[in-house]
Design a protein around this ligand. Structure first.
Ligand code: IPD
Length: 295
């Protein structure tokens, strides 16, 4: 159905379709939870890499919910989550989860945050050592869920399947000129990394149509897949930020690249670039030559 390489071997009796349905179900349940059970005051429960890198009580509760749902349905699979879940499975599959991607937006009630759930084959801890098989990014503010299964296309559907709204197939923009590119990007939490990212932007901004800083890497990738931005580039991403969005972009006809060759050609900490096939190498070149691919 799509040009994406076929799914790696799955445990016997399991299909990509079944995994995709589970991704949608888990992401949707967690999205409803963080929206509908949002406390009147969402406080900062802890900080991580820096004072600006916050965790709310809802990040933790959402990850606990996802953990429980995954273990009920797939007890032999591994789990790797942003808030610390790290379960070694025995099936060869690992669930890579971000319980709230865009936590700062969630904290401030800016409606651009998401729950990202992907299932991957390989070693989810190692750069270039895993590939996503199915994934879903649920957007609680818009009550939508974006999802893909390897070889099955990328789709946006309503959070409530009984709403009667038909799922829409996603397709990346056909833009191929840097000068006409609307480029999404994001910034890490470490002040030194941010200073370097700002320097890179000084050089990139005059060359593109404009930039957008949406505040959720998962939604940035979905935006590339649906063509509402032309490209996305960011350094410093973790597996949970990009696992589901990576597959959604691929299945929408796009390309997702890392900084270099071999293992480094996979997206990750050093660099993640997503765009249509004509544009992606140019955007990558721009970020590599402007020195923002150092991690
Ligand atoms: C962050 C968001 C943000 C991106 C950061 C991520 P979090 O994830 O995706 O857009 O720029 O690099 O860390 O912390 O909100 O889950």
């Amino acid at each position: 159905m799509t040009g994406t390489p076929p799914a790696p071997d799955l445990p016997e009796g399991l299909t990509v379709e079944a995994l995709q349905q589970l991704c949608v179900r888990f992401a949707t349940e967690a999205a409803r939870f963080i929206r509908d059970e949002r406390p009147e005051r969402v406080g900062v429960a802890a900080t991580k890499s820096s004072e600006t890198d916050v965790v709310t009580v809802m990040d933790r509760r959402s990850e606990e919910l996802l953990h429980r749902l995954i273990q009920q349905a797939r007890p032999d699979d591994g789990i790797l989550g942003e808030e610390g879940a790290d379960v070694a499975g025995t099936s060869g599959l690992t669930w890579v989860i971000d319980p709230i991607d865009g936590t700062v937006n969630y904290l401030y009630e800016v409606p651009a945050y998401a729950v990202s759930v992907a299932v991957v084959v390989g070693d989810a801890h190692s750069q270039g050592g895993w590939v996503p098989v199915a994934g879903a990014v649920a957007d609680p503010s818009l009550r939508l869920v974006h999802h893909a299964g390897r070889g099955r296309g990328a789709w946006t559907g309503p959070e409530d399947p009984a709403s009667g709204d038909e799922p829409l197939r996603l397709s990346v923009s056909g833009e191929d000129r840097l000068g006409r590119t609307l480029l999404a990007t994001g910034f890490g939490y470490d002040p030194q990394v941010r200073a370097r990212q700002a320097e890179v932007l000084l050089r990139v901004l005059p060359l593109v149509r404009d930039i957008r800083r949406i505040g959720s890497a998962a939604l940035d990738l979905v935006r590339v897949a649906e063509g509402s931005v032309d490209a996305y580039a960011e350094t410093g991403l973790n597996a949970w930020d990009l696992a589901a969005g990576w597959l959604i972009v691929l299945e929408a006809g796009g390309v997702v690249l890392g900084a270099g060759e071999g293992e480094a050609s996979a997206p990750g900490k050093a660099l993640t670039v997503a765009a249509g096939p004509a544009l992606a190498p140019e955007v990558r070149r721009l970020f590599v030559t402007t020195g923002d691919a150092a991690g």
